[in-house]
Write a protein that binds this ligand. Structure first.
Ligand code: GLN
Length: 210
């Protein structure tokens, strides 16, 4: 059994995520392919998908235009595990407002019942690194790289908070859907990618991944 893992390659950190996922699969000894995906046809055959960071308004518009938005939503609702990173987590959310400009009416997948504040950490801290804990998935220490990162201002029922930084929620999970405000692909630590790929593996082999 070989896993088909996709990295949505519309915009953002595609290569870095592909490398982290490749390394993580090898470290876990799981057989799988990592490919860049873009079209509805590419997405249809996946066992798991990473939505990289970038600019969520652009990713949303382009996914809408090329028809991948609907397929993505359906696949995730049918149980395909997904890891949304920064703009990718914004894409998964139900509501996203920009800290400065407020409501932006951007296309969102509306998969995770969370409310997001885009660019949440303000100008003077647009990019920074911080040591964070992601205890619910057994990662006590992780170097979080935040780049014009969002934070989660509210979670709906069933959404688990995985991590907070300075009182703000920076990682969440609901079933097979994980979102992080920071960029795990920009560190050498593959533990988040490994956790995600184990989820993909158990979901493919029919075990309940939760
Ligand atoms: N600030 C970007 C947005 O709102 C996200 C930044 C990122 O993905 N690093 O879409």
């Amino acid at each position: 059994m070989s896993l088909n893992v996709g990295i949505l390659s519309i915009q953002g950190d595609v290569q870095e995520n592909a490398m982290s996922a490749r390394t993580a699969l090898d470290e876990l000894g799981i057989d799988g392919n990592v490919t860049d995906v873009r079209t509805p046809e590419d997405i249809m055959n996946l066992d798991g998908l990473i939505l990289p960071g970038g600019e969520s308004t652009t990713i949303g518009q382009m996914s809408l235009v090329n028809g991948s938005m609907e397929v993505l939503k359906k696949k995730i609702e049918d149980g395909m595990p997904v890891l949304g990173i920064c703009a990718g987590m914004i894409m998964l959310s139900k509501t996203a407002n920009d800290r400065v400009v407020g409501k932006t009416d951007q296309p969102l997948l509306d998969i995770l019942d969370i409310q997001l504040e885009r660019n949440s950490f303000g100008r003077q801290r647009e990019s920074f690194e911080a040591d964070i804990s992601i205890d619910p998935i057994n990662i006590p220490s992780f170097n979080g790289v935040f780049i014009r990162a969002p934070s989660v201002s509210d979670v709906g029922s069933g959404v688990e908070v995985l991590s907070r930084f300075n009182g703000r929620i920076v990682a969440v999970r609901r079933g097979n859907v994980i979102g992080t405000a920071f960029h795990p692909e920009l560190t050498d630590d593959t533990s988040i990618h490994k956790h995600f790929l184990e989820l993909v593996n158990s979901s493919k082999s029919g075990r309940v991944a939760n």
